[in-house]
Design a protein around this ligand. Structure first.
Ligand code: THU
Length: 161
């Protein structure tokens, strides 16, 4: 038997000011998008801002539903919108900002499993990593250099044979 250790580099920034200006702007756009989230059931608002290779930014926010599973996370609203509006244009990075009306979210919220899988499809297809910038209500900002980092052994088109 062999054993392998899979690891990845997470970059932690104590404040927005530590990040390059472009990243700060993208995070601010995600934060603003989150204000328009429709989250009456969870009061957990998430905004996402997708930066494309053509410099366009596409935003999304979580859209909930009285039938809970019918709602959709901010990340998928944003990447699907990007795919529909700018087909074939590569995604460079995605900023995701979460805040809770119930309590101050200290930790940045990482994309849920379904969103990781959805974003990975784009990363795999474009054969270029998608960077993630994650921020909570306050506190540090996390940066991951690739979706694959947070979805090890990902299932992609090549897995289908
Ligand atoms: N949510 C997102 O929008 N993105 C995530 O990555 C995690 C969860 C939303 C879904 C739901 O509307 C609310 O947050 C609570 O789960």
């Amino acid at each position: 038997m062999k054993s392998k250790t899979l690891s990845f580099q997470l970059y932690v920034f104590e404040s927005l000011a530590e990040l390059p200006e472009g990243d700060q702007e993208l995070i601010n756009l995600a934060s603003r998008a989150g204000e328009d989230a429709y989250a009456p059931y969870s009061q957990f608002k998430v905004g996402a801002a997708v930066l494309l290779e053509n410099k366009q930014v596409v935003i999304g926010s979580n859209q909930e539903n009285a039938s809970y599973p019918s709602g959709l996370c901010a990340e998928r609203v944003a990447v699907f919108q990007a795919g529909a509006k700018f087909p074939g244009v590569a995604i460079v990075k995605i900023a995701i900002v979460a805040s809770s009306e119930k309590q101050t979210t200290l930790k940045p919220a990482a994309p849920c499993g379904n969103c990781r899988q959805s974003i990975f499809e784009y990363e795999n297809r474009q054969e270029n990593p998608i960077e993630l910038l994650l921020m909570g209500g306050e506190g540090p900002i996390y940066k991951c250099l690739s979706v694959n980092d947070i979805l090890p052994l990902a299932f992609g088109s090549d897995s289908l044979g």
